[in-house]
Design a protein around this ligand. Structure first.
Ligand SMILES: [Zn+2]
Ligand SMILES: [Zn+2]
Length: 126
């Protein structure tokens, strides 16, 4: 194993799958539901992208939730305008999709320290 890219004096634990550099366990973390291994550098750039996606999608979701019911009301209840009503429904569906995506992104942003040996917590008394 080559040494850690950030700490040349330390032996690396594994490779980051994103940048393909080798890192020690201090420079690695696990993120998302699937505990994907990544180095802290790559995680920071992934997290930055996800955070801007989240704020963009949140805007769309809010707009859709305001506009959708309104268009549905104007089109269906007031004017029997099926097209407008359908656009309203589409807005609501798009909002739901955006909200689901935001949740996925939030899950991906979860992280914990990298541990190469999963330690089953040994019951200690005292
Ligand atoms: Zn990396
Ligand atoms: Zn390191």
């Amino acid at each position: 194993m080559p040494n850690c890219f950030t700490h040349p004096d330390r032996e690396s634990e594994t490779q980051c799958p994103y940048c393909a550099k080798s890192f020690c366990d201090d420079c690695l973390l696990l993120h998302g539901n699937l505990d994907r291994i990544t180095c802290t550098n790559c995680f920071n750039s992934i997290a930055g992208r996800l955070r801007s996606s989240i704020s963009r999608r949140r805007l769309f979701a809010v707009a859709g939730l305001l506009l959708g019911p309104y268009l549905f009301y104007v089109g269906y209840v007031r004017g029997s305008d099926t097209t407008t009503a359908l656009i309203g429904i589409a807005c609501i569906i798009a909002s739901a999709v955006n909200l689901a995506r935001i949740k996925t992104y939030r899950d991906t942003l979860q992280f914990r320290p990298y541990t190469h040996t999963p330690n089953p917590s040994s019951a200690k008394s005292g």
